[in-house]
Write a protein that binds this ligand. Structure first.
Ligand SMILES: [Mg+2]
Length: 253
């Protein structure tokens, strides 16, 4: 893995991007710092400024685990594409099938509540979205115990969900749901962009990184976790600098 802001990383980026590159980003932990209270997450002003400039120069996308309506006010800029629920919402050319998904999500939630102890269930922050269910255990005092119970309960769910782990969160998606990698490929097709850059920080973003598609420049934020991305940024604080670099390269193109 190469650090994006190193001379070699910058050169690789210079060789890759053109004005028709699609610039796609995860939100939490990538554009916005992870905060204890997920409802307080916001993109910092330097990141916003960079994104607004970038959006004037190229096609931009945000692919997030949040619902679109939850994500948009946190962004502070309007990307051409906003895809929510880990690839399930807002993807051009797909029906959201909202009502049947909402029923499935509710059904899973009831099963989990039934299977876990009241203490463990009560320690979770349950985020019910239109087409996915996020179970946060960040604030549980007995974090490991709650997580173990949660995983055991998830294993017994019917129908079996697609489970995607994250930072103190388990996300449950419909079994046939597109993942972030599918979503990015669909956006490339829809936009006509021949290549794409994607920046993400979490397990759900690995679905993009694992594509190992030569048309995709993959950047992982943080170095704590094994990743299939080819490039990395040390942490989320490096994001404004990375955006400046992208903007400068686009302007010189
Ligand atoms: Mg993230």
């Amino acid at each position: 893995m190469t650090e994006l802001l190193s001379p070699a990383g910058q050169q690789a980026l210079r060789n890759f991007i053109t004005p028709s590159t699609l610039f796609a980003f995860d939100l939490d932990g990538t554009l916005a710092p992870i905060v204890d209270d997920p409802t307080a997450a916001r993109t910092p002003s330097e990141v916003r400024d960079g994104l607004r400039k970038l959006a004037q120069l190229a096609v931009t996308a945000v692919i997030t685990g949040r619902s679109c309506s939850d994500a948009l006010p946190r962004l502070g800029f309007q990307p051409q594409y906003l895809v929510g629920n880990h690839g399930n919402e807002g993807l051009p050319g797909s029906d959201d099938q909202a009502s049947s998904l909402a029923e499935l999500i509710l059904h899973w939630q009831q099963q989990l509540q039934h299977q876990m102890s009241p203490e463990s269930w009560g320690a979770l922050y349950v985020e019910q979205k239109s087409s996915s269910l996020s179970l946060h255990y960040r604030h549980a005092l007995q974090r490991e115990e709650v997580h173990a119970q949660l995983l055991a309960a998830i294993d017994r769910l019917t129908p079996t969900p697609r489970r995607v782990g994250g930072k103190f969160v388990e996300n449950l998606l419909p079994p046939e749901a597109p993942h972030k990698g599918d979503a990015l490929l669909r956006l490339m097709e829809h936009s006509g962009c021949p290549n794409a850059l994607f920046v993400g920080d979490d397990e759900t973003d690995e679905d993009v990184f694992r594509l190992r598609d030569r048309r995709i420049f993959s950047i992982c934020v943080g170095t704590q976790r094994p990743t299939a991305a080819a490039y990395y940024l040390h942490d989320q604080n490096a994001m404004p600098h990375a955006l400046e670099l992208m903007i400068a390269l686009l302007r010189s193109n």
